[in-house]
Write a protein that binds this ligand. Sequence first.
Ligand SMILES: O=C(O)[C@H](O)COP(=O)(O)O
Ligand SMILES: [Mn+2]
Ligand SMILES: [Mn+2]
Length: 558
Amino acid sequence: MGSSGFSWKLADHPKLPKGKTVAVVVLDGWGEAKPDQYNCIHIAETPVMDSLKKGATEKWRLVRAHGTAVGLPTEDDMGNSEVGHNALGAGRIFAQGAKLVDLALASGKIFDGEGFNYVKECFALGTLHLIGLLSDGGVHSRLDQLQLLLKGASERGAKRIRLHVLTDGRDVLDGSSVGFVETIEKDLAELRSKGIDAQIASGGGRMYVTMDRYENDWNVIKRGWDAQVLGEAPHKFKSAVEAVKTLRAAGANDQYLPPFVIVDDSGKAVGPIVDGDGVVTFNFRADRMVMIAKSLEYADFDKFDRVRVPKIRYAGLLQYDGELKLPTHYLVSPPEIDRTSGEYLVHNGVRTFACSETVKFGHVTFFWNGNRSGYFNPEMEEYVEIPSDVGITFNVQPKMKAVEIAEKARDAILSRKFDQVRVNLPNSDMVGHTGDIEATIVACKAADEAVKIILDAIEQVGGIYVVTADHGNAEDMVKRNKSGQPLLDKSGNIQILTSHTLEPVPIAIGGPGLGPGVRFRSDVPNGGLANVAATVMNLHGFEAPSDYEPTLIEVVDN
Ligand SMILES: O=C(O)[C@H](O)COP(=O)(O)O
Ligand SMILES: [Mn+2]
Ligand SMILES: [Mn+2]
């Protein structure tokens, strides 16, 4: 116990034993919705997940995974991996980046902080560059926040502004990029009418340009670097609206738009990043900004040839990695997600194994641990990353690495070297985001088969399983009107929903190690993802810290 009285020691659970192997399985993007033809989880053969649902009613329930239950500003905000895994791992609800930025913009404090003042030094002689995801998805960024940043920066002396836009189509409908670019172009035109030299300088689709994560494919960052910093891209246009329309007409979707630069009448790029400029990445979410932040900030960098490394003043909208302190400068302090369940459990002797494939690896490590990279105690933990396929959209390989992840988990369980074995199965989410219904059905089946491999291993060692999800996605693949009817586009086709949903997610507990009297309580009807951490701590034989959201389980005498 430290001088403050704080202790990592967890109290023993009065009834539940220690020493059981607990598998924690997170199905990414697996929500619960009414069964219809657009519910891929319903259509897919998912006997394992079905049997958990149809089994004991006291061992399966739904939990909230969106909106304020995971620290998002409103109940209209769909859940996402960052806030979902943060809540699952931290056991408490923290006001998340989206909300913190809203507050800082509303109070104006964002413009008084160290980060903005640092970047502002460039306003006199240099250009302010804003790089980020252009949509109102609210998962990585928000258009209204960008608009307020533009307004605030221009009112505080930015005279030359260049916007580098990444089109979305993943957290919002495919095709919506055109409207977002038109909207921001109007804002930039208004700034120009006030004498500010403001325009879009480059762009590209988020999955092909800049927004890779967990070092899956540095080429994605390089494409962005070439367009944003060097002013070089295979496609050159006079306007961003023309760029997006033309590239879409040529067959690209919003997520995968090739990189383009905007050029002037003489064919020169209008906004490469040069010495003396300021740069702000305006996404609040961390995972897909870490790689660009490294490329903009690190002097020692060998991931690709940057060709020219301008001396810039760079700030993130938030600090994206609390362990690496990356980037050094940021406009809004991130949520301080401390005392996560992973850290507690390691301090209490729980040996932990975590695994996913690259595209979700950080979800069960970095996000789970409160946006902190690395181990708490390498002697007690092992994190295994299975390389994801690179350079494909996952509808092409909907099974992804589900079997490989499950087999690693199985081996970890059977080795008896670990008390907690934690995985993320990406399929329903990653394939759901492609909007390909047939492939998403295959993906859901693959995830279900992977769950079976893990549950079988738990059976063999007399362990316990907790199977849950981080938010919805594959359970609804169509955009609906307020009364729930599918929406049609102008040609009478349904509008495919590539994004997450507002649906709750299942949680199931079981396994031979689960005491006979353990069941879900009935007095936490609004339980959400943040209630899962205390639940898992109990299953390891510990009481959760008193400020954690309450456990979902109770032990009744049989
Ligand atoms: O980054 C993404 O892939 C999507 O915007 C959100 O998906 P995730 O929250 O499941 O990662
Ligand atoms: Mn997710
Ligand atoms: Mn997703």
